[in-house]
Design a binder for this molecule. Structure first.
Ligand code: C2E
Ligand code: MG
Ligand code: MG
Length: 562
């Protein structure tokens, strides 16, 4: 090379030449400086002397293949200096070809030191994935780690626990001693956690005083509980920071894969929910997420969503069950009972879907739909010359709405032909217990509109005489569970007799429900109850069958003259 060029290259780069076997034949001063070797040590030595051990063998195989084929090779290489330190060089290796023979003669390499750039990059990458204060993986990196751990557990069929850990009383330290102390405390907590967990486990800091632990290969039994107890004990041990004695504890929520077979985000959310339970139960403890409860909740959501669709798709309807006077055979009216005509599934009774819906405001929408339907039906019967009454069941949540009476007034106003006294609202006694004052005020307001009330399923709730007194319902319905057994069970017979006596004492009408045989009717009449409803009179029927049934109904002879 021309001396002028060489001077320029020496000034700019780390430069060397090697023979075909990789033995060094020339180095410049920069080469000596960065590698820490003298020129004498380098000349004649093989280039492998600088090998850092960081690159896979395949890396060099690729490089030599290119060079031997006469191609220029470029890449970043990590070398090891004489004192053992590592440095990175951006390298361009050029095979010099003899113009006469066309053979590669030697290799020259021009390198630039990129160690600082590499370190900076590494620090930046590290910072993206770690919490600078504690050095633990942060939320971003946690998500990768959890996904990896989960994939591994799935593949190998091993259990995995995801724990959300929140420190108890950390805010007090921050407020009382300042944030600097708080930070030192967090560093100590992080160290204790790392120390107590296995190499294969993960500790990450989510934010503030929240940490996530991923424990691998724990079975639900002893191992997991032992590990969690160890963590609690380690964190609850006294802290001495800047000569201050501090104490702290942690609340941990845990969820276990595969029992909780969800994605990473959901597992963290479940662990978080469980952590709140641990806090509520008094802190310094762990709580396992309840998968069954969650599944039930999910099923509830699904049921409610389906019923909402059913309501909007007009799949709900009312069936009507007659109420009669046993002795005279007179049809007094009907009870409207909800049914769901579920496509492909047939007629679904209310017990199969209402209990879930009753926990939500959908029951109010359904209740208003039922009231509207009932008023339409009353209007139709009135036009057909049938002065029957109609009872509908009102759910607790619906009745407790502050605008219940007002909404009822509007519905009645929309059906001006209907005599409000024909509408009977059935409520169960447990409704009233929650909010007796409000309910009795609401009942008064509705009675002022002219509608009537029945106390349904009487005797099954917590009824007491004082409730009976304060709930001004005109009718009491004896629950079918008592009526059913009056033929065999002396206690139920006594109860039924007592309820009838009570109704009479309070000046209420009494009706028995769940009448399943003629004999039941005879006994009831003997006890002084003449009104009843039950399968032996008629099962609930669609509106279209009501007229024909009423025309043909005759009471059994036994009831006419008992
Ligand atoms: P409930 O108001 O006590 O209604 C009486 C239930 O007993 C009805 O069940 C009826 O079909 C059934 N039943 C009638 N006679 C007999 C009998 O002789 N033997 C037996 N074993 N059962 C008889 P259903 O229709 O399945 O309704 C169950 C419950 O669902 C009702 O109890 C009521 O609490 C609720 N429900 C029904 N419709 C509605 C509604 O529109 N809104 C609300 N909120 N609840 C409703
Ligand atoms: Mg009822
Ligand atoms: Mg009932």
């Amino acid at each position: 090379m021309d001396d002028n060029y060489r001077a320029a290259v020496d000034a700019a780069a780390i430069f060397s030449e090697t023979d075909l076997r990789g033995n060094i034949t020339y180095v410049n001063q920069q080469f000596c400086t960065i590698s820490g070797y003298s020129r004498e040590e380098l000349l004649g030595a093989n280039h492998r002397i600088l090998n850092s051990g960081l690159h896979e063998p395949a890396f060099f195989v690729g490089m030599w293949r290119a060079l031997a084929a006469g191609r220029v090779w470029k890449g970043e290489i990590c070398n090891r200096a004489k004192d053992g330190t590592l440095y990175w060089v951006d390298s361009t290796m050029v095979p010099l070809v003899d113009p006469l023979s066309g053979q590669v003669r030697k290799y020259v390499s021009i390198r630039f030191d990129v160690t600082e750039k590499r370190q900076l990059l590494h620090t930046l990458q590290w910072r993206v994935g770690h919490d600078v204060l504690t050095g633990l993986p942060n939320r971003t990196y946690l998500s990768d780690l959890l996904n990896q751990a989960l994939a591994c557990s799935r593949r190998e069929g091993i259990e995995l626990a995801v724990c959300m850990l929140d420190l108890d009383g950390f805010k007090a330290v921050n407020d009382g001693y300042g944030h600097a102390m708080g930070d030192l405390l967090l560093v100590e907590v992080a160290q204790r956690l790392k120390h107590i967990l296995r190499e294969s486990d993960v500790v990450a800091r989510l934010s503030g005083d929240e940490f996530v632990l991923i424990l691998r290969d724990v079975d639900e039994g002893r191992q997991l509980h032992a590990a969690l107890r160890r963590v609690l004990r380690a964190l609850a041990a006294p802290y001495v920071i800047r000569e201050q004695h501090l104490s702290l504890s942690a609340s941990i929520g845990v969820t276990l894969y595969p029992q909780d077979d969800e994605d990473a985000d959901t597992l963290v959310r479940h662990a978080d929910q469980a952590m709140y339970v641990a806090k509520q139960r008094g802190r310094n403890r762990y709580h396992l997420f309840d998968v069954t409860q969650e599944q039930e909740l999910k099923a509830t959501h699904q049921t409610v969503a389906r019923v909402r669709r059913a309501l909007h798709n007009d799949e709900l309807c009312l069936y009507y069950q007659p109420k009669v006077n046993l002795r005279s055979g007179q049809v007094l009216g009907f009870e409207g009972l909800l049914r769901w005509q579920r496509p492909g599934r047939g007629l679904v009774p209310p017990g199969d879907f209402l209990p879930w819906v009753e926990q939500t405001d959908l029951i109010i929408e359904i209740g208003e739909w039922v009231l509207d339907k009932a008023l339409n039906q009353l209007q139709a019967w009135q036009r057909e010359g049938r002065p029957w009454s109609l009872s509908v069941n009102i759910a607790a949540r619906h009745l407790q709405r502050s605008d219940f009476a007002e909404r009822l007034r509007q519905l009645l106003a929309a059906h001006p032909e209907v005599d409000p006294a024909r509408l009977d609202l059935e409520i169960v006694e447990s409704v009233a217990i929650d909010n007796l004052q409000h309910v009795s005020r609401c009942l008064d307001a509705c009675r002022a509109l002219g509608v009537r009330f029945s106390l349904d399923d009487f005797g099954t709730g917590y009824s007491s005489l004082s409730y009976l007194k304060r709930l001004p319902t005109q009718t009491i319905k004896i629950d079918q569970s008592f009526v059913r057994d009056i033929l065999h069970d002396q206690d139920d017979l006594a109860l039924t007799r007592a309820v009838i006596g009570l109704a009479r004492a309070f000046g209420r009408e009494v009706i028995a429900e769940g009448l399943e045989s003629v004999e039941h009717g005879r006994v009831l009449m003997g006890l002084g109850c003449e009104l009843a409803q039950g399968y032996c009179i008629a099962r609930p029927m669609p509106a279209s069958e009501v007229q024909r049934w009423a025309q043909t109904y005759r009471q059994p002879k036994l009831w006419r003259d008992p």
